[in-house]
Each structure stands twice: as structure tokens, then as C-alpha cells.
Design a protein around this ligand. Sequence first.
Ligand code: SAH
Length: 251
Amino acid sequence: MIYFVGAGSGATDLITVRGARLLGEADTVIYAGSLVNPELLSLCRTDARIFNSAVMTLQEVVDVMRQTEESGGMTVRLHTGDPSIYGAIREQIDELKKLGIGWEICPGVSSMSAAAAALSAEYTLPEVSQTVIISRIAGRTPVPERESLRNLAKIKATLVLFLSASYVREVRQELLAGSYTEETPCAIVYKASWPDERVVRGCLGDLPKMAEEAGITKTALIIVGDVLGDDYALSRLYDEHFTTGYRNAKD
Ligand code: SAH
């Protein structure tokens, strides 16, 4: 059995209880060495075989999984954050299907959640934005043209950009071509939940300057939207004049 496990965003106690248990049981662990906190490996059995996928190809990863399976062992494939977001798990699952090997996925705390916590932000504020767009600027991996940042920016939702911290000039330019303005609040969150986490806040117009002054080029999220500003409406859920499934309105 192969377990794809979300390691969480960085802090070692942000892995789930289930993920930690699986890590402690695994015969083989293949971890994404570029972003997974290596301290998590202390949860592994002392006799576990440990591989860093940062230096492996897809074929090499699948070969290690297959060998472990053939010897009756269990593999944990440890991905950063939550595996469903830029995790490259689909291509591994499709190889496992071909080989008739079973898998299961254990979710994790994505860096987008850890970044919201660092910002004390709610991504979905009433009457500001009820939509979160997760995306990235095109880099070496292309993005379909209809999903270009300038197209997404027309919606003016809350935007969480992965894999884009080294393209801040392009991000600014693309977003200003949509509905955001120079004054739209934005933030860069570097290594959310790690001991050396850093948060930089500002306006979209200053995004390149913010990144440059902080020296941030990677392992960061860019968050853009009016939810980082001061204006919003109170929620209906806790409004005393509003009846919910659990509580009647007071008048
Ligand atoms: N599956 C991961 C994302 C993997 S893509 C998740 O759910 O978080 C890798 C990108 O994620 C990085 O380039 C960076 O943009 C972002 N990232 C990962 N960990 C981060 C962290 N702790 N703080 C800020 N950004 C992070």
C-alpha cells in the first residue's frame, strides 16, 4: 500500500495525527526534500528506508514504491502542504494503477492555510469576496491562456499565488491589467509556519519592492485582495436578526 501523506506547511506539529501515525509505520518513506521539513523524518522507524524525491525522477520514485510493495512493505510518499495542490500526485497514481498497486491519500495543512493564519486573514469576507482563486503565474510549467493572471484578475476574488515569488514584476503587471488596482492590499508570506516565517504586507503597486526589500524569491505565497483590507460586512451566521438551522432570530 502506498500512502500519499500531506506533511503540512512546515511546522512539524502541523502534520495530521493520521499522517504522523502512517509515517511511524512506514517501511519506506519518499519525501519531497525541497520543502518538507526534514525534522519530520524523526517520526520514522529507525530501520525505515528513506529517499529524497528532490533528486529522483518519476520512474525512480515509482520503482522504489514497486520494490517496497513486492517485499510486502508499506510506503509513505510525503508531500509538502496538502498533496492536492501542485503535488504532482496524479502522475504517480496513474503509474500505480498500471502496476495494480493500491494507494490512499492523507490530506495535510496547505501553506495557503498556514499563510492565512500568519496573516490572521479570512479569505472569504462577506460583501468583499466569497471566492478564493488558487493559481500561479506561468513559469517553466505553462498555464492555459484562459487562466492567465490577467484573466483571473477580472474576477477580483481573493487570489492565492503559489510558485510565483520570483516573478513579482510580472504578477503586478498582469494583475493591474485586470480589476485590481495599485492600492489593492497584498501580502507575501515566506515559509509560513516555519521558525523563520516572514510576513510582508503592502499594496499591489509595491509588490516588487516588497519582495526585493525582504529578499524573498521562493518558498512564499503571494496573497492579493480586498480581504486583506479593513472593510467588510458582518456574517449572517452570527447575526442576531438572522435565523439559522441551529438558532432563531431574536426578533
Ligand atoms: N502542496 C503544497 C504546495 C506545493 S507547490 C501546499 O499545499 O502548500 C510549492 C509552492 O508552495 C512554493 O513555491 C510556495 O509558493 C508554496 N509553499 C510551500 N510551502 C510554503 C510555506 N511554508 N510558506 C509559503 N509558501 C509555501
